[in-house]
Design a binder for this molecule. Structure first.
Ligand code: SAM
Ligand code: SF4
Length: 329
């Protein structure tokens, strides 16, 4: 078991497969001035497999693939197949904008992917284009339908709420849970990096208490649910008469650092010790120096031991070096 310096059991590895994306969500990526890692700097499928094998030996049980947009990796199905075959990994999930799911949902499921979280900020076509840019609502929705048709369950939708952009969408999004056994999760905007999207996050932040009050005013009081999954950062509720769940992920107003159980691996092979800190420990040089599972395990154990206790957003501290698309959320 991998325990960090604060006695947290770290058993959940989030792996970013690429820093590239086919969207440009306003709070995540600017439309100009970005540079991306060349392919040679990204961890290969074989290297990712070696990392997951070492992580499983250390007690990691859950892996989530993210990005950038993980479905842009040409070898994403191969990566899923390799990870799904690692003994000890009993949960393999992905966070995606879903745009490539119409062609990939079935192969991914057959390769062993268990769950997908889909990013849908609004049900209104114009607002989708304003907030997520480069996307149409119909394309996002085709991804959701492909995920459901391929048998991924429960479907989870992630919506990041930005004032003046989609704060009017929280009720229509929450209503999806009335008739469907889906989870709709509202995420508070976090300032990451030092670019324009970080300023945007600060200026358009909506606390989840407000999102909840808006939903309750329309749908009635939400019933609190017991979390089935300890690694779920959402506080979950059910609307009166609803089938699905409404979740609130509130890293800014209600930090959950005390129960954090995750380690992040960036696409260029660095352990990023906390989403909201810049500290990193390099793994790629270990892998490329021929390091086997033992060497990887030692480096991962070092990263776990060095995990910071929590973030200090309230004191104005945030990351400066990496943007969200380069960490993986
Ligand atoms: N491209 C995929 C997607 O959008 O789901 C995976 C990567 S994305 C960085 C992972 C998650 O981070 C998404 O749910 C997205 O909504 C969220 N996210 C991105 N920027 C954010 C920000 N500044 N604050 C809060 N959440 C953010
Ligand atoms: Fe792309 Fe996801 Fe960032 Fe949006 S949040 S720009 S879909 S990586």
């Amino acid at each position: 078991m991998a325990r960090d310096g604060f006695d947290r059991d770290i058993n959940y590895l989030r792996i970013s497969l690429t820093d590239r994306c086919n969207l440009r969500c306003v709070y995540c990526m600017p439309t100009e001035g970005l540079t991306f890692f060349p392919d040679a700097e990204l961890l290969s499928a074989e290297e990712i497999q070696r990392v997951v094998e070492a992580a499983a030996e250390l007690g990691f049980r859950k892996v989530r693939l993210t990005g950038g947009e993980p479905l842009l990796r040409r070898d994403v199905v191969d990566i899923v197949r390799r990870i799904a075959a690692v003994p000890g990994i009993d949960d393999l999930a992905m966070t995606t904008n879903g745009l490539r799911l119409p062609e990939l949902a079935v192969p991914l499921r057959e390769a062993g992917l268990k769950r997908v979280n889909l990013h849908v900020d609004s049900l209104d076509p114009e607002r989708v284009e304003r907030l997520m840019r480069w996307s149409r609502h119909a394309d996002l929705w085709a991804g959701v339908e492909a995920a459901e048709a391929a048998g991924f369950a429960p479907i989870k939708l992630n919506a990041v709420i930005a004032r003046g952009y989609n704060d009017d969408d929280v009720v229509p999004l929450a209503r999806l849970t009335l008739e469907r056994d889906w989870a709709v999760r509202f995420i508070e905007l976090m300032p990451l990096g030092s670019g324009e999207e970080s300023r945007f996050a600060i200026d358009h932040y909506v606390p989840n208490a407000e999102v909840r009050a808006t939903i309750e005013a329309e749908l009635g009081p939400l019933e609190a649910l017991v979390n089935r999954d300890p690694s779920d950062e959402a506080r979950n509720y059910r609307a009166p008469g609803g089938r699905g769940r409404i979740g609130f992920i509130s890293p800014v107003s209600q930090p959950y650092c005390g129960s954090c159980n995750r380690m992040r691996l960036t696409a260029d092979g660095r352990f990023h010790l906390c989403l909201l800190h810049d500290d990193e420990i390099d793994l790629r040089s270990v892998l490329r120096a021929g390091g086997g599972r033992d060497a990887v395990r030692e480096q991962l154990a070092r990263a776990v031991a060095a995990k910071p206790t929590g973030h200090a957003l309230a004191e104005g501290q945030h990351t400066e070096l990496r943007r969200m698309h380069a960490i993986g959320g």
